[in-house]
Design a protein around this ligand. Structure first.
Ligand code: PMP
Length: 453
């Protein structure tokens, strides 16, 4: 049976897991977890561990393997580029052809106001650079006092110190500059946040009041995830971003669209900014930009913003990495050839249709998504919408383990939400398998004991 397959071991994985525990730190992992999954191979939406056990990947290694695992085409491009010229930084007056071509292709697909690209090595680095750039922009235009930044409560803009500043600090790292001003997240399920008012009306009014209180002359920018990812895969109502951004523009406040997750088809379009008809001043990209085959991040800059910022800001040893650019271009080739953007929308709809049946389970509060950013929010009480893991913290790990060992399904669990974010090439059959597995796990949760029966 499937169950037998999942639990039989030859010890290889356990061995690796022990060695791992001795020398490798996993910042968010359990330091001594004997069940740590040691992955060795992938193809499409399938992964294999060190013992040859097979899994459906509904996680995509941090939501980024858009074109699926095991693409030899990308490996060949990397090998060819590495043998020709691997890297020479473009921080100063050097350029290279793969980077030029790749940046042209990024700009061609972007909203029309976007003119230039800065290349970084990760989303965190790109967010941090964006934070510096929005201030540099105002500084160069004679408004150095514009330092405050608007963010959505619970949003995530990277792991750097700048990211911590945008998060309003992080426990244990000491004081960070007090510049982040939080706004209510556009989280439709949590109607209690909006006091009975229409969500967008509430949020737009809050934004206007906040600007009036703080003073537009003190605010550099707003950072926003167009679909909030780490907070639980939360799409805003369709009119939310267009209305928010038009208020920002009216006050000279820059808008930074953090599309680290939503970009490159994850939410069903090249850029969600296009979906919402936005012209952000800066778009932050990473993750799907190279489908995770190379670490890569980018900033797309509005034409005017780019002009003001010429010659300002960071750069870095790895800026314009030739292998990353070549692989990322080949990733675009695959996306154009196979159209996983359409697939992302279709499979996303399938997830929502099939998961919709789970809404009657006592622990399922909400099912939502956009493209292949799908979230199942778990609650201990449907009336109060209290988070399930608030009441039963260990259940989080138990659900994760149950899905892996009984069903061979790998998911992410973020906050109180099961996140389903597979490679965009996942098949309809695999989607149904994932839904069945999640349904089985959640139907077995005993709401009184917090155990899986
Ligand atoms: N922004 C958002 C919205 C993210 O979800 C993440 C990563 N989860 C980042 C930025 C940081 O990206 P990276 O992990 O590549 O540093």
């Amino acid at each position: 049976s499937q169950e037998a397959d999942m639990t039989s071991t030859n010890g290889a994985a356990t061995d690796w897991a022990k060695r791992d525990a001795r020398v490798v730190q996993h910042p968010h992992g359990n330091p001594q977890d004997p069940e740590r999954l040691v992955l060795v191979r992938g193809k499409g939406s399938t992964l294999w561990d060190a013992e040859g056990r097979e899994y459906i990947d509904a996680h995509a290694g941090a939501w980024l393997t858009q074109v699926g695992h095991g693409r030899e085409e990308l490996a060949k491009v990397a090998a060819e580029q590495m043998s020709t010229l691997a890297h020479f930084t473009i921080m100063a007056d050097f350029a290279n052809t793969p980077t030029i071509e790749f940046c042209e292709r990024l700009v061609e697909r972007a909203p029309r106001n976007i003119a230039k690209v800065r290349l970084m090595s990760s989303g965190s680095e790109a967010d941090d650079e964006a934070l510096q750039l929005v201030r540099l922009y105002h500084h160069r235009r004679g408004q150095p006092q514009r330092t405050k930044v608007l963010v959505l409560r619970g949003s995530f803009h990277g792991r750097t110190y700048g990211g911590a500043e945008l998060a309003g600090g992080r426990p244990g790292i000491g004081d960070v500059p007090d510049n982040a001003i939080t706004l209510t997240p556009p989280w439709p399920y949590h109607t209690e946040l909006f006091g009975g008012e229409n969500l967008t009306d509430f949020c737009v009014r809050e934004l206007e009041e906040t600007i009036a209180r703080v003073g537009a002359k003190n605010i550099a920018a707003m950072f926003g995830e167009l679909v909030m990812g780490p907070a639980g895969m939360i799409p805003a109502p369709d009119d939310y971003w267009p209305r928010m951004v038009s208020v920002l523009k009216a006050h000279g406040i820059l808008f930074v669209a953090d599309e680290v997750v939503t970009g490159f088809g994850r939410a069903g379009a090249w850029y969600s900014s296009l979906d919402y008809n936005l012209a952000p001043d800066i778009i932050v990209l990473a993750k799907g930009i190279a489908s995770g085959y190379m670490p890569l991040g980018a900033l797309l800059l509005d034409a005017n913003v780019a002009d003001v910022l010429d010659g300002a800001g960071g750069g870095g040893s790895y800026a314009g990495h030739l292998v990353a650019a070549a692989v990322a271009s080949a990733n675009i080739d695959i996306i154009e050839r196979e159209n996983p953007l359409e697939a992302s929308r279709e499979r996303g709809r399938q997830f929502l249709d099939e998961l919709g049946e789970l809404i009657n389970l006592p622990v399922v509060g909400d099912v939502r998504g956009r493209g292949l950013m799908v979230g199942v929010e778990l609650v201990s009480d449907k009336a109060t919408r209290e988070p399930l893991f608030g009441r039963f913290p260990s259940l989080r790990k138990d659900i994760d383990r149950f899905l892996r060992t009984k069903h061979g399904v790998i998911v992410g669990i973020h906050g109180g939400t099961i996140a389903l974010t597979p490679p965009l090439v996942i098949t309809a059959r695999e989607v149904s398998h994932v839904v069945d597995a999640v349904g089985d796990a959640l139907a077995r949760v005993n709401i009184h004991t917090g155990r899986i029966d």
